[in-house]
Design a binder for this molecule. Structure first.
Ligand SMILES: Nc1ncnc2c1ncn2[C@@H]1O[C@H](COP(=O)(O)OP(=O)(O)OP(=O)(O)O)[C@@H](O)[C@H]1O
Length: 295
């Protein structure tokens, strides 16, 4: 790939006192990518974003934004950020808040189109204090786009949104990306990463555990789900986890072929056998639990 690297971390470590939040992380974000950062609470995702946008400095290693220092306003001019928590001024109207943020940038963003894209047109003249939690969150995300950015960092953008509002936000993010924008987002919603991101970076205990396509991350852990209708769950070797759903039994295994052979040999009566790839959630849990076994 020859696309320009917009943000880069090289062997970055960040400590907060005795806590090592990031431990030797290297990552390139290239122009036009839509990257999902996935990891459990406390994995270091927000810390990484804070380093990229210049809010924090690395303890060691190098972080670059548009080839320069993230603390240089010239580099930050091209980014938009939505942190995990955003305080919004309750007295301002929605459109006034957008105008206020946009006025810090030379670019003229079409704020009417931005409101439309985030499903906020109806609320444009309302004071922020009177908005619902979901409307406030959508406004907080829309603000990241007010300066016509090339790269946006969205930290858990859809937390607290209902299904419809989440889909509106997904569409807005997809449209920005389709126009050539670059997106880095964190999420606890695994379906969100699957729905939006081309590339997944799995972070656990401050380290990059996987950095690949969604399919590759699933394939990497090689876990399969074997499902069947069965009256009595059979005792089989190599089962990583077992789940009952009505008369269906779902078994997670790293060797589906061996499991099916053992199942047939066991003589248990079963029907409707199904073997499929695991969801990203199952892949993610496997990768992160392996990491916790590391010394
Ligand atoms: N300002 C701080 N002072 C002390 N420790 C901190 C600070 N910020 C983060 N940490 C610690 O660093 C680690 C990584 O935190 P971080 O917020 O980056 O994780 P995260 O992956 O974004 O988690 P979450 O999904 O819960 O937001 C955690 O152990 C956290 O407690």
């Amino acid at each position: 790939m020859t696309e320009q690297v917009l943000a880069r971390a090289v062997e970055v470590t960040r400590c907060y006192g005795a806590v090592t939040a990031l431990d030797g992380v290297s990552l390139d974000i290239r122009e036009g990518e839509l990257v999902g950062l996935l990891g459990p609470n406390g994995a270091g995702k927000s810390t990484l974003i804070n380093l990229f946008v210049g809010l924090r400095r690395p303890t060691s290693g190098v972080v670059e934004l548009f080839g320069g220092s993230p603390r240089d306003p010239a580099a930050r001019r091209w980014i938009g950020v939505t942190p995990q928590d955003t305080g919004l001024p309750n007295q301002l109207r929605v459109v006034e808040c957008l105008e206020f943020v946009a006025s810090h940038f030379a670019a003229k963003t079409d704020l009417g189109a931005l409101l439309e894209r985030f499903g906020l047109s109806e609320t444009a003249r309302r004071q922020i204090g009177g908005l619902s939690g979901g409307q406030k969150r959508r406004l907080a995300v829309a603000l990241a786009f007010a300066g016509d950015p090339r790269l946006v960092f969205l930290d858990e953008p859809t937390t607290g949104l209902d299904v419809e509002a989440r889909r509106t936000l997904w569409d807005a993010i997809r449209e920005f990306h389709a126009e050539g924008g670059t997106v880095v987002l964190t999420s606890h919603y695994l379906e969100e990463i699957e729905a939006l991101a081309r590339r997944v970076v799995v972070i656990g205990q401050g380290r990059v555990l996987a950095d690949d396509s969604v399919d590759a991350v699933r394939g990497m852990v090689g876990v399969r789900r074997v499902s069947m209708t069965v009256a009595e769950p059979p005792e089989l070797p190599g089962v990583l986890s077992m789940e009952r759903e009505g008369d269906r039994l779902h078994l997670v295994t790293s060797d589906a072929d061996a499991l099916v052979r053992d199942l047939v040999r066991s003589g248990v009566a079963f029907s409707g056998l199904e073997v499929r790839q695991t969801s990203l959630e199952e892949a993610f849990l496997t990768i992160t639990s392996r990491a916790s076994l590391l010394p």
